[in-house]
Design a protein around this ligand. Structure first.
Ligand SMILES: Nc1ncnc2c1ncn2[C@@H]1O[C@H](COP(=O)(O)OP(=O)(O)OP(=O)(O)O)[C@@H](O)[C@H]1O
Ligand SMILES: N[C@@H](CCO)C(=O)O
Length: 324
């Protein structure tokens, strides 16, 4: 569950007096998610989401995230739109945490991914990338390649508790990613821009088989656009048994091409970007796996799923090898 910070009725009522969103009708914590505390808020004017930002979010970066969401929504991307208080501030404080209210997006995320989800996903991702081009502020990817070795270092000595030999396996895997990473030996000229960087199924809503919106922009950053596709290949195109679903991947790429055709250089970079994406999520899951106390309210996600994905990508040199 993800309500790390309790909000009292009094604190909420006082907080809402700074906003022009009507009177409170209902308020409940949202169990899903692992990063921040989220609450659903119903007022006489409609539904909203209240987010209290927790451990992994750097409060100084929140204006960048909220500004991006506002910009994307203004460009027609269906995503939560920050609601400003009467003072004009989108970011305020509640229960001692930075807090923001955003619009509520109707829809449900797919519990079981189907091929029919993947083309609209690709289209929405490409639209996000296109709309992000006119958002000038830059945020470096704090979980990019420079962060990976330090993350593994912070787990050193405990990594093999996940699976025997994992530490040595990851040390060796770096040699097949970092020296060929775009700009570090690989193609330095791949198009860059604002990327979502965490577009997993639980961040994409569908309504009556149509994609209704994207949420959770708190890992968004300025990076290689095709890296976002590589993240989606990892998050959407593997079966529970660890096998790669070529149909899903084809649909994802077709959808992306519908809106923003990938260049040959971007396609050629996808295998190494997919390795990096698998490494990034493997490492943050590994860190959480090792550092989450057994009695914590949140169940850490299994790093092994991403060990399997990484192994698959390391064994696959070119996009032809993926069958797409
Ligand atoms: N704008 C929104 N409209 C509707 N529901 C939302 C919105 N934002 C968040 N939610 C709900 O809150 C849940 C958790 O949100 P979110 O994914 O942003 O949390 P998180 O803690 O950052 O999680 P994680 O990073 O693990 O995905 C979502 O699954 C969804 O049910
Ligand atoms: N999407 C991430 C967790 C949220 O940051 C994962 O599945 O590891």
């Amino acid at each position: 569950m993800a309500v790390y910070t309790d909000v009292s009725d009094e604190a909420l009522t006082s907080f809402l007096t700074d906003y022009d969103i009507g009177d409170l009708v209902a308020f409940r914590g949202i169990a899903e998610g692992v990063e921040n505390s989220n609450f659903q808020l119903r007022t006489t004017q409609g539904d909203f989401i209240l987010t209290l930002y927790e451990k992994r979010v750097n409060a100084q970066e929140l204006p960048w995230f909220l500004g991006l969401m506002q910009h994307l929504a203004g460009q027609g991307v269906s995503c939560p739109q920050p609601v400003a208080a009467r003072s004009g501030a989108m970011l305020n404080t509640l229960a001692g945490r930075p807090a923001a209210i955003t619009t509520f997006l109707p829809g449900v995320w797919p519990r079981k991914v189907k091929a029919a989800h993947c083309r609209p996903l690709g289209q929405a991702l490409a639209r996000l990338h296109a709309a992000g081009q006119s958002y000038a502020p830059v945020r470096a990817n704090s979980l990019g390649p420079d962060a990976w070795k330090p993350l593994l270092e912070s787990c050193r000595g405990q990594t093999d508790s996940v699976v025997a030999g994992l530490e040595a396996e990851l040390d060796a895997a770096f040699d097949h990613i970092l020296p060929v990473w775009p700009g570090q030996g690989g193609n330095p000229d791949l198009p860059r821009g604002q990327i979502h960087a965490d577009l997993f199924p639980d961040n994409v809503f569908f309504l009556k088989n149509m994609l209704s919106g994207l949420i959770d922009f708190y890992f968004a950053c300025t990076d290689i656009l095709a890296y976002d596709i590589a993240i989606c290949l990892n998050a959407w195109c593997f079966e529970e048994d660890g096998s790669f679903n070529v149909t899903f991947a084809r649909q994802l790429l077709l959808g992306y091409d519908d809106v923003r055709p990938l260049s040959a250089q971007e396609r050629a970079a996808l295998p190494v970007l997919a390795r990096g994406a698998a490494m990034r999520f493997l490492l943050t899951r590994l860190y959480d796996w090792i550092n989450t106390p057994a009695d914590a309210l949140v169940t850490p996600k299994d790093p092994l799923d991403y060990v399997k994905r990484l192994r698959f990508h390391l064994a696959t040199e070119t996009l032809d090898g993926y069958g797409v």
